[in-house]
Design a binder for this molecule. Sequence first.
Ligand SMILES: Cc1cc2nc3c(=O)[nH]c(=O)nc-3n(C[C@H](O)[C@H](O)[C@H](O)COP(=O)(O)OP(=O)(O)OC[C@H]3O[C@@H](n4cnc5c(N)ncnc54)[C@H](O)[C@@H]3O)c2cc1C
Length: 390
Amino acid sequence: MTKKALVIGGGPAGLMAAEQLIKAGLSVTIAEAKPTLGRKFLMAGKSGLNLTMDEPVSAFLPHYYDARTHLDPMIASFGPQEVKEWTEKLGQQIFVGTSRRVFPKVMKASPLLRAWIARLLDAGVRLRTNWKLSGLSENNAQFQTPDGAKNIIADVVVLAMGGASWARLGSDGAWVEQFGPITPFQPANCAFAMDWSNHMTKFFGTPIKNLTLRAGDMISRGEIIVSRNGIEGGGIYSVSRTLRTGVPLTIDLRPDWTVDRVETALSKPRGKDSQTNHLRKALKLDPIKIALMRELTPQLPQDAKALAKMVKCLFIKTLEPRPMDEAISTAGGIPWIRLDAGLMLMDRPGIFCAGEMIDWEAPTGGYLITACLATGRWAGLHAAQYAQRT
Ligand SMILES: Cc1cc2nc3c(=O)[nH]c(=O)nc-3n(C[C@H](O)[C@H](O)[C@H](O)COP(=O)(O)OP(=O)(O)OC[C@H]3O[C@@H](n4cnc5c(N)ncnc54)[C@H](O)[C@@H]3O)c2cc1C
């Protein structure tokens, strides 16, 4: 008799699990709480869907920090190269950006998602949208639906309900009540709060380019954006893992120059120039960089040596992360110790986990989607094997 698989959550991890299960010959249903699938995936495509990073697996894996050993076999069998091929097989051309980030040529996620859902439906996957999982006892899953309570009985279940940010797109972390204990969620790739003075309002939305940021042992080269609520953007997301622990942030505003070169430039007589003009001319600093220095230290040092030190190491005291719901992703989730090598919950046989639900984190750069696809595939493959065995 055909075995039945149920996938809960229609994000990239769940869709990938469903694809493996249907290929293995199971009857597959995806149940999704929202009216449509992949809402966070579509949001990810708004500013360019960064699918993966064009680098060898050996360079790719360390971006998962402590989880790298667990993810190793999954990424080794579905890593950057496979993500590129998979995207192209769905009819989407890709390109590699200057920083080796891989995007679909159209940048957005909707054509890829449409093609993917069509392929799943063609293969026979059944969709149940507006179905929110409310309970799962043994192999009997209960749902709240617009037509009242429903249930599905399945031989295997893959949970792919996402992390705990952007709740309005579906990943509200509410599954913890049923499937805990977890490693507590924390914001990852998140913005940090700043209480700006009025001087900074004209810069809201402006990127500060070409910086080096340091927080604890993390270092990132890139840009940040000054926003109404604080600091956001790739440069700060990359150090958010240590920054959220309360270590201070330092910013190098002139990373290509040595401190001696900055000091020498600042030591030149400034004539009638104001200190701001001198900083701008001598160091070619953007006005926003000078405004940031003044915001943090209203009385800038007059001495060239001290000023050069500040340019190279602008100090920002402990910063608070913005609320977790605003974060690009979340750290924490189902701890690896609760999962077997096939991503099955050891205390709930027949129930597998995938995607951001699991306790791993990574910077932006396509590492998030790649791990969601790789764990979704792995959970799907092992769930299919489990169903055939039992
Ligand atoms: C603004 C933004 C930009 C991003 N950009 C990128 C990027 O460029 N590159 C990248 O790699 N990553 C990016 N990400 C992160 C990426 O989108 C996520 O890591 C990824 O979507 C997580 O996939 P997932 O399948 O694990 O979970 P999700 O995509 O969160 O999907 C989980 C699904 O489960 C459903 N669900 C939850 N609870 C239930 C329930 N009880 N019953 C039924 N269904 C339920 C949800 O509705 C949701 O559809 C971005 C994220 C954001 C917010």
